[in-house]
Design a protein around this ligand. Structure first.
Ligand SMILES: CC(C)(COP(=O)(O)OP(=O)(O)OC[C@H]1O[C@@H](n2cnc3c(N)ncnc32)[C@H](O)[C@@H]1O)[C@@H](O)C(=O)NCCC(=O)NCCS
Ligand SMILES: Nc1ncnc2c1ncn2[C@@H]1O[C@H](COP(=O)(O)OP(=O)(O)OP(=O)(O)O)[C@@H](O)[C@H]1O
Length: 201
């Protein structure tokens, strides 16, 4: 079974590309969705995050205040590293569980969408890595529109993430999402065609 990672910095269009692949019937594992499951009320990871980022990141009912944690964790590269160190082992374990299920179901190809693949042990599990990119200020505008945060917060989020140079060095292919959503779909389609050619040639 071939594993293809889809990565890129915040707001580049990973989810948009993955949604298209799901529409086309490809099995996709969403690492952000798994990350949400890992931080449900009562999880051990939440307790560890609280001790570093503050007791108030949890609401009185035990749910995570995602905005507050994001503000604190993405404020510095160290904070982002700490967030990753706490959550990543459990996220990777759950991704492996889902991959095993896909393999059992007879899938020959699985896509894994994750902002944090490069530099993790999961990078070596990927047979290919698609990097989605968009111009910096385009990403800022898209993040602000989607999440209702200020441009300053969006830039901070981007600046705390793995550099584009590092991501490019690890990627098999780069898809530049600087046009319309339709153009992004066309680029993903072209990649799928090249993949089929590779498999049959
Ligand atoms: C801090 C949290 C709660 C903020 O949630 P919120 O809903 O506000 O934002 P969202 O999850 O959409 O993340 C915003 C952007 O930051 C990226 N991001 C999330 N965590 C990290 C991280 N540890 N390092 C770098 N980028 C990250 C996301 O993929 C996305 O591009 C959330 O990002 C989180 O739980 N992060 C830790 C888990 C993780 O590492 N997720 C990435 C899995 S691939
Ligand atoms: N080509 C495009 N033109 C206009 N808007 C776009 C385009 N691609 C994506 N978007 C929008 O930009 C926002 C960010 O895209 P998306 O959520 O796919 O990025 P992402 O890489 O998954 O982000 P994150 O890692 O922050 O979750 C979304 O609201 C999406 O609808």
């Amino acid at each position: 079974m071939k594993i293809i990672g889809i990565t890129g910095r915040s707001g580049c269009g990973k989810s948009s590309a993955t949604n298209f692949l799901v529409e086309q019937g490809y099995p996709c594992i969403d690492a952000d969705q798994i990350a949400r499951e890992v931080l449900l009320p009562g999880s051990v990871c939440l307790v560890q995050l609280q001790s570093y980022f503050g007791q108030d990141i949890l609401e009185p009912d035990g749910t995570l205040n995602r905005h507050l944690l994001a503000d604190r964790a993405f404020a510095t590269p160290e904070g982002t590293q700490r967030l990753t160190a706490v959550t990543q082992p459990e996220i990777l374990r759950r991704i492996e569980d889902r991959l095993a299920q896909s393999q059992k179901a007879g899938a020959d190809l699985v896509f894994v969408d994750g902002a944090v693949i490069v530099g993790t042990p999961f990078e070596a599990r990927c047979d290919a890595l698609i990097l989605i990119t968009a111009p910096y200020e385009t990403s800022v505008l898209r993040i602000c529109a989607r999440d209702g945060i200020t441009a300053e917060m969006a830039r901070r989020r981007l600046d705390a993430q793995t550099s584009l140079e590092t991501l490019r060095a690890a990627a098999t292919v780069e898809i530049v999402n600087d046009g319309t959503p339709m153009q992004l779909k066309d680029k993903v389609k072209a990649y799928l065609t090249s993949l089929r050619k590779e498999d049959h040639g």
